[in-house]
Design a binder for this molecule. Structure first.
Ligand code: ATP
Ligand code: MG
Length: 528
């Protein structure tokens, strides 16, 4: 007894005053959708003045969990504490009253309204007697405080994606949010816009706000957060301080076993000329020149990467080849068919191009805008594509069903039922897998992908890289537009760098450095 007392060294923890109560505590939260357990007895804490990354593979339950904090779903089991008090969140209004604001990936702004009008939309007492000057002043104060750039009087239809996102964030701050949840905010941002968002988030944190961010990009997790919490298949796996985490350790934690983050880059035995683009010049509908004198050749048996700052003409290039973008100004696009015959594609209808086996896989910001139908199941969505390819309108359901099975197996798409569950019930990343998988499974001779891994978790991203490499080894000419330079340099045999619609150079992917490519992206002829 005596010795015990003598030996007792007061630990610093004993002496600490009780630390501030957490902003949010979830205890034993469970949410089921039919037989799917999206969240299984989750415990999660978010502290004040903290940025927490919520990490997990596609379909692991991140959005579902956050939707219970924003009042969209109500838990089947478990308790939620906000600032130490037990609460019930039954509607988005309840969430607002608790000063919780969520920024969803699909914005909910009214296009014809200004930023300021959207920000006060739905607030009690504001209808009809909106004091424009007062609102604009308050909006500017918020912007100055955290470092946003926003024009309160700008109409939403004139805004870029990043500006719209700013309006969404200012909107929840205007309503007094102290707890902010951002669901994949960077999926639609350029790297420069992402840096700006992170600077704003750090200012909010200094101001004592608590923030949860969902992102699949591990370098972003490491750059912005204080702590990382990991979900796997609806379970809470654990959390680590970001300072003790690495991309590899986080991936292993997320997947549950060691994962290799390497891309193989085998060389094909032979290269076959497949697509020849000569002096292509393209203007958009407004008459603005988007591509100027672009020339290159794509070969079967190689992956040609297209690098460039967002908006440098990547979209117009792929769309011109696919026949979606009208080539007004001039130039030639020649497809060389397996018999060696050249076919001019300029002015050809997109459907005719598809029938020639030239396949454009285009992954847009709006997944449901590009030939996926949310109300249909996976098999039906695969059928849509086969139909467009010229097979009979329905009838042969066998092939689409087999193809759907293959996509689900190869890409590990999580769905309760391939033939029943409508696509809109799948998690965001799983919808993306269906879109990419469907294009790859069409046995194209030219495969073009733009931002194929947007919204995909890291493990699935590597699956996609491997599938593209497999396509290349089977003789397909793969054209890969991407924004991650590290990936471009690991995956591609050659890289074409665009700058302001011009080709700054075409370089060897094995020997060029990231710095050289970066330079060429900002200056025509900056490298080589
Ligand atoms: N309204 C719903 N009805 C039926 N199932 C649903 C519904 N919402 C989500 N699910 C299922 O719950 C699981 C978790 O989905 P959730 O959207 O939370 O995943 P996530 O971690 O956000 O994934 P991602 O990274 O792909 O966005 C998935 O299996 C999904 O299909
Ligand atoms: Mg999600």
């Amino acid at each position: 007894m005596e010795t015990k007392q003598d030996n007792k060294i007061p630990s610093p923890i004993d002496q600490q005053v009780p630390s501030e109560v957490p902003a949010i505590e979830l205890k034993g939260i469970t949410k089921r959708f039919g037989s799917v357990v999206a969240n299984n007895a989750i415990d999660l804490t978010l502290n004040k003045g903290e940025i927490l990354s919520l990490l997990g593979e596609n379909g692991s339950g991140k959005t579902t969990l956050m939707n219970m904090l924003s009042g969209i779903y109500y838990p089947d089991e478990g308790e939620i504490f906000v600032n130490g008090s037990k609460v019930e969140i039954r509607s988005p209004k309840d969430a607002f009253d608790l000063r919780i604001g969520m920024i969803h990936q699909h914005f909910k702004l009214v296009d014809v309204f200004t930023a300021a009008e959207n920000i006060v939309l739905g607030l009690p007492g504001e209808r009809g007697k909106l004091d424009k000057n007062a609102v604009a002043k308050a909006v500017r104060e918020i912007a100055d405080r955290y470092g946003f750039e926003i024009d309160p009087n700008q109409k939403v239809y004139d805004m870029s994606v990043s500006q719209k996102q700013t309006v969404e964030i200012v909107k929840v701050l205007y309503r007094g949010a102290d707890i902010l949840i951002l669901d994949e905010p960077t999926a639609v941002l350029t790297p420069q816009e992402t840096d700006k968002l992170f600077a704003v988030m750090k200012n909010m944190k200094k101001d004592g706000k608590a923030i949860i961010i969902i992102t699949h990009k591990l370098h972003e997790v490491l750059a912005v957060s204080d702590r990382v919490a990991v979900l796997r298949k609806g379970q809470y796996i654990g959390d680590v301080p970001t300072s003790q985490a690495s991309q590899q350790s986080l991936t292993d934690m997320m997947v549950g076993h060691a994962v290799s983050l390497n891309i193989d880059r085998p060389m094909a035995d032979s290269l076959k000329e497949r697509l020849r683009v000569e002096h292509l010049t393209v203007k958009n509908k407004e008459g603005v020149k988007k591509l100027s004198d672009v020339s290159f050749t794509a070969y079967g048996g190689e992956i040609l990467g297209i690098a460039g700052i967002a908006g440098s003409g990547q979209k117009e290039l792929l769309e011109s080849i696919a026949g979606i973008q009208h080539v007004e100004e001039g130039g030639n696009i020649t497809y060389i068919d397996p018999q060696g015959k050249g076919i001019h594609l300029e002015g050809m209808d997109p459907l005719d191009i598809i029938r020639k086996g030239i396949l454009l896989s285009f992954v847009p910001e709006d997944r449901f805008g590009m030939g996926l139908v949310g109300g249909m199941n996976i098999t039906q969505n695969v059928m849509l594509r086969s139909y467009r390819k010229g097979a009979g309108p329905m009838l042969d359901q066998q092939t689409p069903r087999k193809l759907a099975d293959k996509i689900v197996n190869d890409l590990e798409v999580v769905t309760p039922d391939i033939n029943r569950t409508p696509l809109r019930r799948l998690s965001g990343g799983n919808v993306q897998k269906v879109l990419v998988g469907r294009e790859i499974e069409q046995s194209p001779t030219v495969l073009m992908t733009a931002y194929a891994v947007r919204g995909l978790d890291i493990n699935t991203s590597y699956t996609i890289y491997n599938l593209l490499t497999q396509q290349k080894m089977q003789g397909v000419a793969v054209i890969y537009v991407g924004e991650d330079l590290d990936v471009l340099l690991e995956l591609c045999d050659r890289i074409l760098v665009l700058c302001g619609g011009q080709v700054s150079g075409i370089v060897d992917g094995r020997s060029i450095t990231k710095e050289q490519v970066g330079l060429m992206m900002t200056k025509v002829g900056g490298g080589e």
